[in-house]
Ligand binder design. Structure first.
Ligand SMILES: C[S@@+](CC[C@H](N)C(=O)[O-])C[C@H]1O[C@@H](n2cnc3c(N)ncnc32)[C@H](O)[C@@H]1O
Length: 231
């Protein structure tokens, strides 16, 4: 598993087991690694989902539920889905009023066109088949509805690229070691590096049946927010 973590590719069962294991430290690590900025990025992602009272939204790979909670704060009726029960347990504790369901993002148990919007935050990178995950997200959204992908991306221009490499390759694995979860926080930077860049991800979203695909880079080019509309 150590080699697989370093290459940023883990099998589905290994990904689920890893998130079950780190569920207890996940939120703290997120806040430490992003200096709390992840909340702002989630707000921007939810802006792109264009939901409000009366909308029905799904957040896949919802983890401890922060993106689903942001969707619900706009008045939408929200389902948060993830295959890790450990992560979902945390989500349930944070927001018992939201519907949390165990499920695989690559084989969603919802009918076609069920939702007005589907989001994924920092989860697409972990899909064993990204194309399949995007097609499933598009499938369960009604025509005209929105698909939003919030993900970490690798900045290409200095000085951010230098800082990113120092932070992700040295500090994040070190923080992981402090929490006793060094494999998970070695996997994280490696999985970001092997993930498609913004243009490639945009093309994959288009191939999945989405139109008007756009992306915004923020946080100095470290965060990509992709959105598209179901044809
Ligand atoms: C890095 S966490 C992101 C959690 C949350 N979305 C957030 O914004 O913080 C990735 C999550 O994706 C989930 N995940 C990865 N692959 C999945 C799949 N195929 N189906 C369902 N959940 C998946 C993991 O269990 C984990 O909770």
């Amino acid at each position: 598993m150590a080699g697989a973590a370093r290459s940023g590719t883990l099998e589905e069962g290994q990904v689920r087991a890893m998130f079950d294991r780190i569920a207890g430290v996940y939120d703290v690590m997120n806040s430490v690694m992003t200096a709390g900025l992840h909340h702002r990025w989630r707000e921007r992602a939810v802006d792109l989902a264009r939901v409000g009272p009366g909308s029905r939204a799904l957040d896949v790979a919802t983890g401890t539920g922060d993106l689903a909670i942001e969707l619900a704060s706009r008045g939408a009726d929200v389902v948060g889905s993830d295959f890790s029960e450990g992560m979902l347990d945390r989500a349930r504790q944070k927001a018992p009023e939201i519907t949390w369901e165990q499920g695989n993002a690559l084989a969603l148990a919802y009918p076609d066109g069920e939702f007005d919007a589907v989001t994924v935050g920092f989860g697409a990178r972990n899909f064993s088949d990204l194309g399949q995950g995007l097609r499933e997200m598009a499938r369960v959204v009604r025509p005209g509805g929105r698909v939003v992908v919030l993900e970490i991306t690798t900045p290409t221009k200095p000085p951010l690229s230098t800082f990113f490499s120092l932070w992700f390759d040295r500090i994040v694995p070190l923080l992981g070691r402090v929490t006793g979860e060094d494999q998970a926080y070695t996997y994280l930077p490696s999985s970001v590096k092997r993930f498609p860049g913004p243009a490639e991800l945009g093309a994959l979203m288009h191939e999945s049946g989405l139109r008007d695909v756009r992306w915004i880079l923020t946080a100095g080019g470290i965060i990509a927010l992709h959105s598209g509309t179901v044809a």
